[in-house]
Unconditional design. Structure first.
Length: 665
């Protein structure tokens, strides 16, 4: 497979997306030869700006020959500057870069002034390791396959043709004391028997694990268990030709916009049904929303300043030496945004949708276009509101429509979809889709009765290891402005007595969370717990402070116990709700450098000063977990598991904001 970052330079500069739907061919051309006009401080970097960033750094600093641009992205302007910006105002334009020199094992952060083509700062960051980069995956596989110890481990398992083995590279996860003390950069090489099949994830070769020192380019440690475990040689290729008998496709279901879509796009700003927001495709976080507001009459009322997927962690629940390190921080260790996939209309995005491109930097600091990595579409969602009046025989009803902005990313075997969903009643919804291929474990078992307790059997010789997916969503709240507060709401049944003779009464108790440590909270199903972000300066028509409530959906408790390495490194996952005083550098719940990270970084560190929250500019962090015990129906490709949560107006409006929605013609 040819990665987009390896395309010739002329093809990077010209991206053509063909969208087939309704019998039409839509041609979208994005060219770095004629960069788009920059008109807002939050416009994404252009191809020209990306390459200017790299050239300015090279001109100002004597980079090593092996220097890698791990990331080049917009250096977001100060929040106060953005909020006060008016069209036509001058504004700063800067880029941020992380540069890594592998042989010297040095990491640098840079900020470049794109207006003056000038390096503003160049800082070495000691004792950190940036995210994995594309070239390291191929390097690690070559190093592992060339290692005599690994080759002998394969021969012990009856494999003499090493081309029939695939080696996947993982960030190292839990480091040994020796590895941590060395300060070197490591990854782990996991082996699979691919045989003649293209989908090798069903044939993991158990008992073998290679640790690669990426600085020296050598295997630093090899585990080769004397116990030989069977691996499946069955084909788990799932293309239609391999499957044989195929269920007939359902008859066409056409989604059309005969009069055009209801949203408007102006550069990177989108307007729809009262909502107005900006978007950007971030190389680390993926799809980020900015300055989300709701227009009520002539007033644009802010709701969020910035919404993003801050981090993920996927801990696997197997204690074996070749497994316990597998705790993937999929955002910070692998740059989630750079792993976004080109989508197709009629597939990930319905045929009435729109596909949008993104411009990224490769590891040489050159720009390239990733076509169709953002999807935008409207969808039907049943009834919005209804009432049938028996006396007048009136049937008043409005149908619900939603606006969805989405992306998908593949991280090795697993695939994720992240969607931001706007509702006509002022609700904002976050959806996360989990699919792809379950990380399999080879086993001697062929029946469920003999299965490994840590990896229930999905197919003969194929177990699915118990694991969790934990997301941290960062919500920079600006509910009617930047002066906000946090209130927790819990339902409480009243005791039976004179004031409650039937025993049926219950009330909602409000508790103000005044400091960052007070705001570290967990879900409580018994009390229908929710958290409300309130404006401390604006009231609604009935004298209550305007607010938005975070309405939890399904969730899970983080299962690694006290003292577990992943629990110490992924502190954000130990509680469902956090709130912090806004600080521009606090973007990532597990810290800026989760690869090779140390315990306590990110949210646990940031709340240590226990700053006040009432009447302040606040950021809410919501941790969303899924506990996955695999089943046969998850194999060979897992049906989508959808999870998420909502932010619902709670006195933000004086009445149902969708009451005045006209009936469709």
């Amino acid at each position: 497979m040819l990665w987009i970052g390896q395309w010739p330079r002329w093809l990077k500069a010209l991206s053509i997306t063909l969208a087939f739907g309704l019998g039409l061919v839509v041609l979208t051309i994005t060219s770095s030869l004629g960069s788009p006009k920059i008109s807002h401080p939050l416009d994404p970097l252009t191809a020209e700006e990306i390459e200017t960033t790299a050239s300015v750094i090279r001109a100002a600093e004597r980079l090593a020959e092996d220097a890698i641009f791990v990331i080049i992205d917009l250096q977001e302007p100060d929040k106060t500057e953005v909020l006060s910006f008016q069209p036509g105002d001058p504004f700063r334009r800067e880029a941020f870069a992380i540069v890594y020199e592998p042989k010297a094992n040095r990491t640098y952060e840079a900020v470049v002034d794109l207006m003056e083509d000038k390096l503003l700062s160049w800082t070495e960051v000691p004792d950190v390791q940036p995210a994995m980069v594309a070239s390291e995956f191929g390097l690690a596989a070559e190093v592992v396959k060339a290692d005599p110890g690994w080759q002998e481990a394969m021969r012990k398992r009856g494999i003499t043709d090493f081309d029939r083995v695939a080696v996947d590279c993982w960030a190292p996860g839990n480091l040994t004391e020796e590895e941590e003390a060395s300060g070197d950069r490591f990854c782990r090489g996991i082996s699979y028997y691919k045989g003649d099949n293209w989908n090798y994830y069903g044939a993991p070769i158990e008992g073998v694990l290679a640790t690669v020192n990426l600085n020296s380019g050598k295997v630093s440690r090899l585990i080769d268990d004397d116990t030989i475990v069977a691996f499946s040689k069955e084909s788990f290729d799932y293309d239609l030709a391999s499957l044989g008998t195929v269920r007939p496709a359902p008859k066409p279901l056409k989604l059309t916009h005969p009069n055009g879509a209801s949203y408007d796009i102006n550069g990177n700003e989108i307007t729809w049904q009262g909502w107005k927001f900006r978007y950007l495709m971030h190389p680390r976080e993926g799809l980020v929303l900015y300055t989300v507001r709701y227009q009520e009459g002539d007033e644009e009322r802010p709701v969020f300043y910035r919404v993003s997927l801050s981090e993920m962690v996927v801990p696997y629940g197997d204690p074996e030496e070749t497994w316990y390190f597998r705790n993937a921080f999929d955002v910070g260790e692998y740059n989630f945004g750079l792993l976004a996939n080109t989508m197709e209309l009629g597939k990930e995005v319905p045929e009435n949708g729109l596909l949008l491109d993104a411009v990224f930097a490769d590891n040489d600091g050159e720009s390239y276009v990733m076509p169709g990595v953002i999807g935008l579409y409207e969808r039907d969602n049943g009834m919005l509101w209804k009432h049938y009046d028996y006396n007048s025989e009136r049937n008043d009803v409005r149908r619900s429509r939603e606006l969805v902005m989405t992306m998908t990313a593949a991280i090795g075997n697993y695939d994720y979809g992240i969607s931001w969903v706007f509702h006509q009643d002022g609700t904002f919804e976050v959806q996360a889709d989990l699919t792809g291929i379950v990380l399999a474990k080879g086993t001697d078992a062929v029946t469920a009765a003999d299965a490994d307790p840590f990896a229930p059997l999905m197919a003969p010789h194929v177990g699915g290891t118990n694991h969790q997916h934990y997301f941290s969503f960062r919500l920079d709240m600006d509910v009617d402005g930047t002066d906000n507060g946090i209130m927790e709401m819990n339902l409480k049944p009243l005791p039976k007595g004179p004031d409650n003779p039937a025993g049926n009464a219950f009330i909602m108790e409000d508790t103000h969370l005044m400091t960052e440590k007070e705001a570290v909270r967990d879900m409580n199903m018994a009390s229908s717990r929710k958290w409300v972000i309130v404006s401390t300066s604006k009231e609604n028509a009935i004298g209550a402070h305007t607010a938005y409530a975070l309405m939890p959906g399904p969730n899970a408790v983080f299962l690694p116990v006290e003292g577990a390495n992943v629990r110490d490194r992924a502190g954000f996952a130990t509680h469902h709700f956090w709130a912090t005083h806004y600080k521009p550098g606090e973007l990532y719940a597990a810290g800026l450098y989760p690869n090779h990270s140390k315990p306590g970084e990110g949210l646990p560190e940031w709340i240590s000063d226990d700053q006040p929250l009432e009447g302040e500019d606040l950021v809410v962090w919501y941790s969303l977990g899924v506990s996955h015990v695999p089943r046969p129906e998850d194999w060979p490709v897992m049906p989508v598991h959808r999870t998420g949560f909502k932010l619902m107006p709670w006195g933000f409006f004086d009445r149902n904001p969708a009451i005045d929605l006209a009936e469709p013609a």
